[in-house]
Design a protein around this ligand. Structure first.
Ligand code: 5GP
Length: 201
């Protein structure tokens, strides 16, 4: 059986990444890795579903135990991808999506060069600010901090394999599906079909 594909999916906060991912998960068979974080849950977030919400001490213990594929500091908190959320799924042939920021994405690209990386862009910074304000989950100060992080992240978008602009949600989701469709047709992931055709020759 072919292994699943590892997908690095990054977008600055407020780019509509959550809505896009919800659509992608509805349309396809992916496991979306649940990260660990030390930030506080937002009102509608559940432990073990959106994140594993853990203390600084627990996070640092996991770093010592080598439990992370990658981790990074973002807006004064730790965020990390647990290996247990990735490798078992890939072995079973399930594609795994990592919804992570740029520093972590670069680490995954180094450690797992076969990963497919996708960066989602807002149409403009003005629109990004408007969306963050509309969400109303952060103070003005946090919003400005997130916009400054976003500008730094967008400057690194060229390091990703694919860039999708999230202007119209349906188009952005379509673009993602097109990327995955092309990726699945790559010869390096087609051993199963090559062997099957040859065996039945
Ligand atoms: P939020 O606090 O809005 O949920 O997430 C803030 C940022 O952390 C987002 O850019 C999100 O993609 C990123 N993030 C979430 N989980 C991880 C992770 O496991 N590792 C890294 N490096 N970034 C993460």
């Amino acid at each position: 059986m072919n292994k699943g594909r590892l997908i690095v999916f990054s977008a600055p906060s407020g780019c509509g990444k959550g809505t896009m991912l919800a659509q992608i998960l509805k349309n396809g068979n992916y496991h979306c890795s649940v990260s660990a974080t030390t930030r506080q849950p937002r009102e509608n977030e559940k432990d073990g579903v959106n994140y594993y919400f853990i203390s600084n001490e627990e996070f640092e213990n996991k770093i010592k135990e080598d439990a992370f594929l990658e981790y990074a500091g973002y807006c004064n908190h730790y965020y990390g991808t647990l290996l247990s959320e990735v490798d078992d799924y890939l072995e079973k042939g399930t594609d795994v999506i990592l919804e992570i920021e740029v520093q972590g994405a670069m680490k995954v690209m180094q450690k797992r060069p076969e990963a497919v990386s996708v960066f989602v862009m807002p149409p403009s910074i003005k629109e990004l600010r408007r969306r963050l304000k509309k969400r109303g989950t952060e103070t003005d100060e946090v919003i400005e901090k997130r916009i400054s992080e976003a500008t730094g992240e967008i400057a690194q978008a060229g390091k990703y394999d694919y860039i999708i602009v999230n202007n119209v949600l349906e188009d952005a989701v379509d673009d993602f599906c097109a990327v995955m469709r092309a990726e699945r047709l790559k010869s390096e992931f087609s051993d199963d079909i090559i062997n099957e055709v040859l065996e039945n020759a």
